[in-house]
Design a protein around this ligand. Structure first.
Ligand SMILES: NC(=O)C1=CN([C@@H]2O[C@H](COP(=O)(O)OP(=O)(O)OC[C@H]3O[C@@H](n4cnc5c(N)ncnc54)[C@H](O)[C@@H]3O)[C@@H](O)[C@H]2O)C=CC1
Ligand SMILES: O=C(O)C(=O)Cc1ccc(O)cc1
Length: 312
């Protein structure tokens, strides 16, 4: 095994992403020492009990002391508060990053607390599941996935390159973009799809003519896939929609117009419109599958008991 990339790494938040990072860092020997902090005592006990971290700390400030890399793995709504808590304890020269699903608001909330000499390089692994908590993580989560970094203008190139190398060793490909572009892209590929899933499952459970038990009993392929996504962590996703408001509203506007056109096609029996759209979307799905066909992680979901949308 090669040299650790960082002598000491601190993780703030030990849920799905924090615990998966612990497993991936262990697999790759990326950290000399992993220090962890979680807000709840139960999570701290579990994290040390199952060997996720080498040391566990009651406060975030204690955890980051002397760390060369600090990763905020908490819901995006609390990144600013946590940054304020740890600011005075960060080591000069340390790299501070996060894994949040929204970037513009995290930069806005965290950057003002970052001391001179600490390199703040925001990040977002495009990899996850609907699970949460310290026991939900696994080393392969980041394999064959993307990780987006949004370094601010003038960021220290050596720090960005080290973080890039870190994510590559965790199994991911890295791309850089601005926080604004990230938030727009993620609104369409992740945030709005989650909102649609929350909505359809909510609508189904509210239908008075169909009982809840029938929804569960007869839920097949499509609806079942939505229920997986709609089982995602409520705190995490509440924060995503509160903090990526503009891009989500912009995307939802387009979505609503397109939905209205489909509604009209159904009402007026316009089969051509329906057929043409479904043909176009089928080609998109096939393109995604082909792009991933040669990847060793192509059956990754099945190995972990998960299914790709559309598989039943
Ligand atoms: N779940 C997913 O599929 C993905 C999540 N993300 C991002 O990763 C971040 C973490 O998400 P998960 O690991 O899924 O969540 P999780 O709910 O599994 O874990 C969150 C952790 O943060 C801790 N926490 C919450 N508030 C805190 C505070 N004020 N101080 C200290 N610790 C606190 C919780 O106790 C828990 O340990 C979020 O920002 C999310 O947007 C990014 C990619 C995928
Ligand atoms: O579980 C799923 O289907 C996901 O979409 C995972 C996911 C959730 C949030 C992110 O910011 C990135 C990836």
């Amino acid at each position: 095994m090669s040299e650790p990339l960082f002598a000491r790494v601190a993780l703030i938040g030990l849920g799905l992403i924090g615990s998966s990072l612990c497993h991936a860092m262990r697999r790759e020997g990326l950290a000399g020492h992993i220090a962890g902090h979680a807000r709840s005592g139960r999570t701290r006990e579990t994290a040390i009990g199952i060997g996720l971290v080498d040391s566990i700390h009651e406060t975030a400030a204690e955890a980051v002391r002397d760390a060369d890399l600090v990763v905020l793995c908490v819901p995006v709504g609390v990144c600013g508060v946590v940054a304020e808590e740890i600011a005075g304890a960060l080591k000069p020269g340390a790299i501070l990053t996060d894994v949040g699903s929204v970037k513009g608001a995290v930069v806005r909330d965290v950057a003002p607390h970052v001391p001179d000499g600490v390199h703040f390089v925001p990040g977002h692994p495009i990899a996850g599941t609907e699970q949460s908590g310290p026991e939900s993580g696994f080393a392969e989560l980041f394999d064959e996935r993307w990780c987006i970094l949004t370094p601010p203008p003038g960021a220290d190139e050596e720090a960005v390159a080290r973080l890039e190398a870190f994510w590559q060793r965790c199994g991911s490909s890295v791309e850089r973009m601005t926080p604004e572009h990230h938030d727009l892209v993620l609104a369409i590929v992740s945030h709005v799809p989650h909102l649609i899933a929350y909505n359809i499952v909510g609508t189904a459970s509210d239908l008075e003519t169909v009982t809840q038990s029938e929804v569960i009993k007869f839920s097949a392929g499509g609806f079942r896939d939505f229920t997986r996504i709609a089982a995602s962590d409520p705190t995490m996703w509440r924060d995503v929609f509160l903090l990526n408001r503009d891009a989500v509203l912009e995307t939802l506007g387009r979505f609503s117009e397109d939905l209205a056109a489909l509604q009209r096609a159904v009402r007026w029996g316009d089969g051509d419109t329906l057929f043409n759209l479904f043909t176009r979307t089928r080609a998109i799905r096939r393109g995604i599958i082909e792009a991933h066909q040669d990847a060793p992680a192509a059956d990754f979901g099945r190995r972990h008991g998960k299914q790709e949308p559309g598989e039943s």
